[in-house]
Design a protein around this ligand. Structure first.
Ligand SMILES: *[C@@H]1O[C@H](CO)[C@@H](O)[C@H](O)[C@H]1NC(C)=O
Ligand SMILES: *[C@@H]1O[C@H](CO)[C@@H](O)[C@H](O)[C@H]1NC(C)=O
Ligand SMILES: *[C@@H]1O[C@H](CO)[C@@H](O)[C@H](O)[C@H]1NC(C)=O
Ligand SMILES: *[C@@H]1O[C@H](CO)[C@@H](O)[C@H](O)[C@H]1NC(C)=O
Ligand SMILES: *[C@@H]1O[C@H](CO)[C@@H](O)[C@H](O)[C@H]1NC(C)=O
Length: 795
């Protein structure tokens, strides 16, 4: 009996031993399976803290195959199978000797876990550490979730050389996202952003600097995170936590925003209440917004947005003023303009949108710049961007101005950035259909695909390519001139008299000139020849050196496609010369009054161009510039027969008093406004008058004052034009110009505008801006009065 009892005792002892050992492994036996239809479709660890299996996604008939915290209220997921893709109802997990197999409802395998060397599995266990393992008959681990991590690490988990963590796409989407932490084969632990949806990496944004020596990233059982180095030392990553591993759950996760964060959650509640979420103990990098700076890719946030840390030190992606998130549900997806962007097409004026620059303090898109100017002020920077169709934004910082193109990348707002961003925003029209949500099929590639979708963008791209080639070659040339000249701010060059004498071959070829100046054609030898027009001022008012330079640099700061660009100057002794770009197609005068009548279409474009150039001079540049001598000889035509105004700014240079009366009439007979001869202030309206005369000449292809064979009443065009208008005989003005007659509405509009411009009373004349709008048909043109009806009281 005693023997039997002893035997029984021994047997019980055996049972207990066996069961403890079984429980400590919580063995899952070969042939076990889980189905989404099971009441408990998971295998829990012995302590019940972790579970492996199907985790339903709330509100959908979908399940993630995952490992999660079974005891934490939100069942925080620490690992996912199948690249984070959910599976449908009816899927199954089976454990066979070849490993774990996930099959869909039709029985097709969609994911599996097996040993790399094909050794057979004999048991599987969900361990209390959160590691799910497969073992072979020798009890050695042949596959584990710790060795195949997704985005999370748990205490006792290590990351060996050659392994990586991949962030999820968004908070709730476990598919691979845009960031990776790689423990590289060289021993360095490096954080990268990736070219989603591929795994191609962009520039690193954080590294442990343990290349050559690092062997593992360790999250040890006591909750320390470090890189262990070959010589035995540990490299601390500043990822500490003050909470004990005894009382708190610990995780470290590469979050979808690219930050590697250390989290804790209490294992037991103090008074039955649980915290809402895990608390963050520490994280790297300390500021993701400024840490990421990648030549390619959008940066911490999507394109055209900027990143700033919120009060919880988490990155937030914001749109600049006038921009909206492309996907309202995913702020990291970038922003798009909620207005029609500036067109680079020459005749984009039909739907001209007005633009303004909005300020954003301490913000930069550090890598999208295509031009950089030193020694300029904010107003100049604003203007140069607003008048440049490539320019989407400009940064002004310490007298430096950078111009930026679409798409804007690596945007950040941080006190350390300094300066300010100026973003170009359309003010009048909104995009007809801004519905951003529809455009969201393609995730992160979105901003480009939207831009690429429009032909405007393609055109811009093409012009940009041409422009860049031109700019770069030009830039190079200008750089080379440093041997022969100094640069005063911007691209303005100071030449010696000798430089220009050589350039013009001793001032040989005269191509134009007037009362105060002579213009010579020249070529300045840089790396290659550049044809220029050199204007020698003969009657420069006595002035000190600085004044000349100030005026010249004011002229230089103007930047508009309808102005001739000043390239440089010479101010040496009594010599005052200006160097301009050379205009290949001569002046408007020779174009209009030559033997061939130019086409109506070209004339209309030229009229628009002059009006826009003058509007710019009067209203859009830093200091108002009154031209004082608008006439066809001062309008040049570039390679594309686009009107380019020249000689602006000379009035001031020649010391013509523009606000008080006559110190001498500047201007040319036939084009000058009557106030020059009266005791009246000279304002920008003198240019409006001259423009009116030029406009009539453009319409009629004849000079304002011309001796006519068939009648005296036609000799002064401005008088005859009003008569024709009054009597409804507009066709007489254009002769047999069919195109103009067919375009009757525009013809009438142009003539009415011209008559408004040549009103004797300056206050009746519209501003150039209004003139531009009237020409373009943007505003109605009312019936003009007789230009001569004004009798000046002072006269
Ligand atoms: C559980 O698995 C371990 C390791 O393979 C093995 O030693 C043990 O015998 C298994 N226990 C049971 C009850 O199958
Ligand atoms: C996660 O995002 C990917 C890519 O946009 C998408 O294909 C997938 O359906 C999303 N998953 C869920 C669960 O929404
Ligand atoms: C974890 O690392 C810390 C710091 O190196 C060390 O003090 C501690 O003993 C380690 N714990 C374990 C369980 O290895
Ligand atoms: C061990 O290697 C680390 C990193 O390379 C280095 O900083 C440290 O000085 C080395 N320590 C010793 C004792 O050589
Ligand atoms: C976009 O522009 C339209 C029209 O101006 C405006 O109604 C709308 O509120 C703007 N959207 C946002 C998000 O600012």
């Amino acid at each position: 009996m005693a023997y039997v009892l002893l035997h029984l005792l021994w047997f019980l002892l055996f049972l207990i031993t066996v069961s403890t050992s079984a429980q400590s492994y919580h063995n899952i036996t070969l042939g076990s399976s889980l189905s989404t239809h099971d009441k408990f479709p998971y295998w829990a660890s012995l302590s019940g803290e972790f579970a492996f299996g199907f985790k339903p996604i709330s509100g959908k008939d979908l399940f993630l195959v995952a490992i999660w915290f079974q005891n934490v209220p939100d069942n925080t997921i620490v690992w996912t199978a199948n690249q984070g893709d959910p599976v449908k109802t009816g899927s199954k997990i089976e454990f066979t000797d070849s490993g774990i197999s996930l099959t869909d409802y039709r029985g097709n395998e969609i994911w599996s876990a097996k040993s790399t060397d094909n050794s057979l599995a004999t048991s599987a266990s969900m361990l209390d550490t959160g590691n799910f393992v497969l073992r072979n008959k020798d009890s050695s681990i042949i596959w584990s979730s710790f060795a195949n991590p997704t985005d999370t690490m748990l205490p006792s988990q290590v990351l060996d050389r050659g392994s990586k963590l991949t962030s999820r796409l968004t908070e709730g989407n476990y598919s691979a996202g845009r960031f990776q932490i790689r423990f590289q084969a060289d021993g360095n632990l490096v954080f990268y952003s990736t070219a989603w949806p591929t795994e191609s990496i962009y520039d690193p944004y954080w590294a442990s600097d343990t290349d050559g020596t690092g062997s593992q990233l360790v999250f040890n059982q006591s909750g320390y995170i470090y890189v262990s180095v070959k010589n035995g030392t540990l490299v601390d990553l500043n990822l500490e936590s003050s909470s004990s591993v005894k009382d708190f759950y610990h995780t470290a996760r590469l979050d979808f925003d690219g930050v590697f964060r250390r989290y804790t959650y209490p294992k037991s509640s103090t008074d039955g209440r649980w915290p809402q979420s895990w608390s963050v103990s520490s994280y790297v990098p300390s500021n993701i917004c400024t840490a990421i700076r990648s030549e390619t890719g959008s940066g911490a946030c999507g394109f055209n947005s900027y990143c700033k840390l919120d009060e919880d030190q988490r990155p937030r992606c914001e749109c600049p003023p006038g921009y909206v998130h492309l996907d309202a549900t995913d702020k990291f997806n970038g922003c798009g303009p909620n207005f029609t962007t500036q067109s680079c097409e020459e005749d984009g004026f039909k739907e001209e949108v007005k633009f303004q620059m909005e300020e954003i303090p301490s913000t930069d898109w550090p890598l999208a710049d295509y031009e950089h100017f030193e020694g300029v002020n904010e107003d100049w920077c604003r203007e140069t961007c607003i008048n440049d169709c490539f320019c989407a934004a400009a940064i002004i910082r310490d007298s430096n101005c950078w111009k930026k193109m679409y798409p804007l990348s690596n945007g950040r707002m941080d006190p350390s950035v300094g300066g300010k961003a100026l973003i170009k925003v359309g003010t009048s029209t909104a995009k007809p259909d801004p519905t951003p949500d529809k455009k969201n099929d393609n995730g992160w590639i979105l901003p480009e695909s939207i831009l690429l979708g429009s032909s405007v963008f393609l055109n811009c791209l093409l012009s940009l390519a041409i422009y860049l080639v031109f700019y770069l070659s030009n830039h190079k040339k200008l750089k080379d001139t440093h041997q022969v000249s100094n640069t005063v701010g911007m691209n303005l060059h100071c030449f010696t008299y000798k430089n220009l004498e050589d350039a013009t071959d001793g001032f040989k070829e005269v191509v134009g000139g007037g009362g105060c100046s002579t213009v010579y054609k020249g070529a300045i030898q840089f790396e290659s020849m550049r044809v220029v027009a050199v204007k020698r001022l003969d009657k420069v008012a006595e002035q000190r050196d600085m004044e000349f330079k100030t005026e010249v640099s004011a002229i230089c700061k103007t930047n508009h496609k309808n102005l001739v660009q000043l390239l440089g100057y010479c101010d040496e002794g009594s010599h005052r010369l200006l160097v301009y770009e050379f205009m290949s197609n001569g002046s408007l005068a020779s174009f209009l009054f030559g033997s061939l009548r130019p086409e109506w279409y070209h004339r209309v474009q030229i009229a628009y161009g002059i009006a826009r150039g003058l509007t710019y001079l009067h209203e859009e540049c830093n200091n108002q510039i009154i031209h004082c001598d608008v006439k066809p000889q001062n309008i040049l035509l570039d390679d594309y027969f686009m009107a380019r105004i020249c000689d602006f700014g000379l009035a001031k240079l020649l010391k013509i008093n523009q606000t008080r009366t006559i110190t001498g009439v500047r201007g040319t007979r036939g084009y000058v406004a009557p106030e020059w001869f009266k005791n009246m202030a000279i304002t920008a309206k003198v240019d409006v008058y001259s423009f009116g005369v030029v406009l009539l000449e453009i319409i009629c292809c004849r000079k304002n004052v011309e001796f006519m064979m068939d009648g005296e009443d036609k000799e002064i065009l401005s008088e005859w034009a009003y008569e024709c208008y009054k009597e409804g005989n507009l066709h007489l003005l254009v002769g047999n110009d069919e195109d103009a007659i067919c375009d009757g509405k525009k013809l009438e509009r142009f003539i009415k505008v011209a008559i408004w411009c040549i009103q004797e009373d300056p206050s009746l004349r519209p501003s150039m801006k209004k003139v531009t709008q009237m020409l373009e048909g943007a505003v109605e043109v009312s019936v003009p009065p007789d230009p001569a009806s004004f009798i000046s009281a002072i006269d």
